[in-house]
Design a protein around this ligand. Structure first.
Ligand SMILES: C[S@@+](CC[C@H](N)C(=O)[O-])C[C@H]1O[C@@H](n2cnc3c(N)ncnc32)[C@H](O)[C@@H]1O
Length: 253
């Protein structure tokens, strides 16, 4: 049964314009686009839901910095880059922790929402700036960018890690379930077949614009990018987002 549910991708599918999807999501549902629970939809987003949304960002950043320190020892970043910052859920607690944080996002709607609460030490940009950061963070972002583009973005992000800096970056590389809006399943991980490449399948309908798409990355290639950037100490925590499986990669020089 499970085997029949698992599937792969059509190799001749064109690379999707995910920037267009995120422009639409940023204009229509910026909070739900980040955390897909009904209480974060525009029509339901009351003060409690908003507070819960931003508290979750503080929790994530506290977890990431704790892991960086547990794994690598003392780490006191004084600047941070948050790639794919959305409405600033992680950028704000990063600024509180480091003093200065820069959020970068492709979606004007997300950036407009993020800039609604200006704060010293916090800035939001539409492109990765050419400057070093003590800590480069990207969570629940790269899976939404086709890896054909994503590998170059990862290289650019790692290039911005300062001399004594570190990186915390999430990628997905496989799945245990079929996902309707999958265009790049790379590995199927299940009890019956073990770990194997997916079987090609033909999509029955075109995925409409403005839908979040999931992409898997080649972990070896990603690890190679860390190696090339001189980030030679890596640690992986597995993550599983509803059957989409990946890792939070913690890295230091
Ligand atoms: C699921 S949201 C995560 C937001 C934020 N990282 C968080 O955890 O709150 C994904 C974000 O990535 C952004 N994004 C997607 N493609 C991007 C790209 N090519 N460059 C920069 N940001 C991108 C989207 O606009 C969206 O804000």
């Amino acid at each position: 049964m499970l085997k029949r549910l698992l599937s792969g991708f059509r190799s001749d599918e064109p690379i999707r314009d995910t920037d267009r999807d995120w422009q639409i999501i940023g204009e229509t549902e910026p909070f739900f686009g980040v955390l897909t629970a009904d209480r974060f939809k525009r029509e339901n987003l009351d003060e409690d839901a908003r507070a819960e949304f931003f508290r979750s960002g503080e929790g994530d950043i506290n977890h990431f910095i704790d892991r960086m320190r547990e794994i690598f020892g003392p780490f006191e970043p004084r600047s941070a880059l948050d790639f794919g910052c959305g409405v600033g859920r992680l950028t704000a607690p990063l600024a509180a922790l480091t003093g200065t944080a820069t959020g970068v996002d492709i979606s004007p709607g997300m950036l407009a929402e993020a800039r609604r609460h200006p704060h010293p030490g916090l800035r939001f940009l539409d492109a990765i700036p050419h400057e070093p950061f003590d800590w480069v963070v990207s969570a629940i972002v790269l899976q939404h960018i086709p890896p054909e583009r994503g590998y170059d973005i990862i290289a650019e992000l790692l290039d911005r890690v300062g001399p004594d800096g570190g990186a915390t970056i999430q990628i997905m590389f496989g799945r245990t379930v079929h996902h309707e809006n999958s265009v790049g399943a790379r590995l199927i991980i299940d009890d019956e077949g073990g770990v194997r490449p997916p079987r090609p399948f033909r999509r029955r309908r075109k995925i409409p614009e403005g839908v979040m798409i999931m992409h898997d990355y080649d972990l070896s290639r990603v690890v190679g990018l860390f190696y090339r950037a001189g980030l030679r100490r890596l640690y992986l925590d597995h993550i599983d987002h509803g059957g989409i499986v990946g890792a939070t990669i913690y890295a230091r020089r």
